[in-house]
Design a protein around this ligand. Structure first.
Ligand code: NDP
Length: 359
């Protein structure tokens, strides 16, 4: 029963987990009208339960470990069709959803279909954007990786160290996401991005199928790495993770408690005319978006496991650099409009965008 219908079983299971798995309700960031939506955070539980169930299904031989790797093409096709249908639904029926901001049609069909017309579409307590941002895509990404490792084992009789590293790095990244799931509530996507084709396709198709490109490449390139190269790659990933996670947490915790010490000192900040605060110490005093730099360092470490035989595994780093550089500029412009003179002062105090002394 599961074997033939696994894509639908997977999505249905994730929906049920989002709705009913134990977790806590947390208020999101204030919306422009001052209201705050509540979100059910149960990703940590859902993530581990999904992995456990998949493990049991493989152990009981209900599904083969290589299922996702073997069926990558068909699943990619189904995911594409489903996400296009879903985006059309979001475009055509915005009035079906509870929506704090009200739908906004701002351009022609293609513009609105692509960028979305609703900010926080909800069916009952189910927040569609919040659900799609993480659950199916991120978990599927890791499951595809693990299935590709199983396929490499089948083909070569062993799992290579680079494949193992890529699987561990990606696993860590996604587990970390669910552990700090509340951090997504203050991100650009949740707060400002309307939910249309761009986000739904991005989360449901782009993430699982392109983020797993390194593992896809490594299945047929079972090379090994020297010890110094392995140590350097692990160190780059660890340093990137430290910068990425610490800077995001510093901002998040500062906004909750502005007097909690950062690097052992009372934080410095700018109080804006809008009433919010801009942190100027810790990582936020070194550059304005070191969280992006840390994320990129991790991405580079993942790509480097594939050595230099082909450009394809570097796709993630190239795409992600373009995305984050563009995003940093967009956020900078958004904050300049939002905060005016206060943002100018922040720019003066922290002149570097992403890499101190360079950019
Ligand atoms: P940020 O978490 O950096 O949020 C930017 C917002 O934070 C600004 O709009 C502003 O909002 C506030 N802010 C900016 N500077 C300060 C400051 N000094 N003190 C306090 N608040 C400040 O951006 P994102 O939401 O884009 O990214 C979050 C994380 O997600 C990043 O680490 C990024 O790398 C990662 N990411 C990963 C992706 C992936 O595909 N793997 C895709 C996109 C992002 P305001 O003042 O209005 O509150």
């Amino acid at each position: 029963l599961i074997h033939g219908h696994y894509p639908y079983c997977f999505i249905a299971a994730q929906l049920l987990l989002q709705l009913f798995a134990p977790g806590r309700w947390v208020p999101g960031a204030p919306l422009d009208d001052g209201s705050r939506l509540k979100y059910r955070l149960n990703g940590w539980f859902s993530w581990w339960l999904t992995l456990l169930v998949v493990l049991v299904l493989i152990w009981r031989r209900v599904i083969p470990a290589t299922l996702l790797a073997d069926e990558l093409g068909p699943i990619l096709t189904v995911s594409n069709l489903a996400s296009i249908a879903f985006a059309l639904y979001l475009y055509a029926f915005p009035w079906l959803h509870r929506e704090a901001q009200g739908p906004a049609r701002r351009g022609g069909f293609f513009h609105d279909f692509f960028t979305g017309v609703v900010l926080n579409p909800r069916l009952g307590s189910l927040d569609l954007k919040f659900f799609c941002e993480s659950r199916p895509g991120l978990i599927l990404w890791v499951l595809i990786d693990l299935s590709l490792a199983a396929q490499q084992l089948e083909l070569h009789g062993r799992v290579s160290a680079p494949m193992l590293l890529v699987c561990i790095f990606h696993f860590w990244y996604v587990a970390d996401y669910f552990l700090h799931e509340d951090a997504i509530l203050s991100t650009w996507d949740i707060r400002h991005e309307r939910f249309g084709f761009m986000l739904s396709w991005g989360c449901l198709v782009w993430v699982p199928f392109t983020f797993s490109l390194q593992a896809q490449y490594l299945v047929r390139h079972a090379h090994e790495l020297s010890l110094p190269a392995t140590i350097a790659i692990v160190a780059l990933n660890a340093a990137g993770y430290f910068i990425f996670r610490s800077s995001n947490l510093q901002k998040h915790r500062f906004r909750q408690n502005p007097s909690a010490p950062i690097w052992g000192k009372r934080p410095t900040f700018i109080r804006t005319a809008r009433g919010t605060t801009l942190l100027t110490s810790g990582f936020w005093g070194v550059a304005r978006h070191l969280n992006y730099t840390g994320d990129l360092m991790m991405g580079l470490a993942w790509c480097l496991t594939c050595k230099f035989g082909h450009l394809l595994p570097y796709f993630y780093f190239i795409y992600f650099s373009i995305l984050l550089i563009h995003r940093e500029r967009r956020d900078d412009q958004h904050c300049a409009t939002r905060y005016g003179e206060d943002w100018e002062e922040y720019r003066r105090k922290v002149p570097w965008r992403m890499i101190p002394g360079v950019y």
